[in-house]
Design a protein. Structure first.
Length: 245
């Protein structure tokens, strides 16, 4: 019997949805006492779970299925014209793979990012304690991809290394460098890195059609969407809407 078959899951009480104001949400969590090996974590990702700090979760809403897990198929990925421009504009950006440790300069970028771009979210205002629990206190497979220009750090992508791919946990950057589209560049970098390692997937988390902040996730094609417990090859946004109605 596999560990997943004996794993205990908990559902939260109904609460306000973080993405859709008119919706109530329920979240399913893996028992926090469970030992999550990288193999089990990879299987959970295959089932549509995500990681936040030391917690593994997925939506478990009774009256809504708007949250759709998305993963990029790296071997067939073809950058769009705009994505090629992002890569060209970021030619001076260097990437360095680091362990997931606390660095004050990283935190200051995170604080600036949250306090400039996400004042309406539950991560505002930023704090060192919240930053540590969300991003630093992760797993041995977690890496910080540090993006810099002339040794000046401008952004960080937090990435988990899974058995079948990379999982994009979070990206933050100095708002003064917004013109470089570091968020998009970070995903493109992860796709290229997964290709280099021979990994088939980059997991981008949940896509929500009614949430503009999530719209970028379907720009990386081809991708798969997990609908009704199956990963389906879907090339266009409209296909997701049709299959989910």
């Amino acid at each position: 019997m596999s560990q997943l078959q004996t794993m205990v899951f908990y559902a939260t009480p109904e609460h306000q949805c973080s993405y859709l104001e008119e919706q109530r949400a329920t979240t399913m969590f893996v028992d926090p006492k469970a030992k999550i090996t990288n193999s089990v974590y990879s299987q959970l990702s295959e089932l549509g779970f995500r990681r936040s700090g030391n917690h593994y979760y997925r939506p478990h809403c009774s009256n809504c299925n708007a949250c759709i897990p998305i993963r990029v198929l790296t071997s067939d990925f073809k950058p769009s014209r705009s994505q090629k421009r992002v890569t060209k504009n970021a030619l001076g950006v260097q990437a360095q793979i680091l362990s997931a440790d606390f660095h004050e300069d990283h935190y200051l970028i995170y604080e600036k990012y949250i306090n400039h771009r996400h004042t309406d979210g539950d991560m505002f205002p930023a704090s060192r304690e919240q930053y540590r629990s969300f991003l630093v206190d992760g797993r041995e497979c977690t890496r910080f991809i540090e993006f810099s220009i002339d040794d000046h750090v401008i952004g960080i992508a937090v990435v988990d290394e899974l058995e079948d791919g990379l999982s994009a946990i979070y990206t933050f950057f100095d708002p003064d460098f917004s013109h470089l589209s570091i968020g998009t560049y970070a995903v493109l970098w992860q796709i290229q890195e997964a290709q280099r390692r021979g990994l088939p997937h980059v997991y981008l988390g949940y896509f929500i059609a009614a949430c503009k902040k999530m719209s970028y996730k379907t720009a990386f094609k081809p991708f798969q969407a997990r609908i009704e417990e199956s990963w389906l090859n879907i090339d266009e946004m409209q296909s997701i809407a049709n299959k989910n109605t």
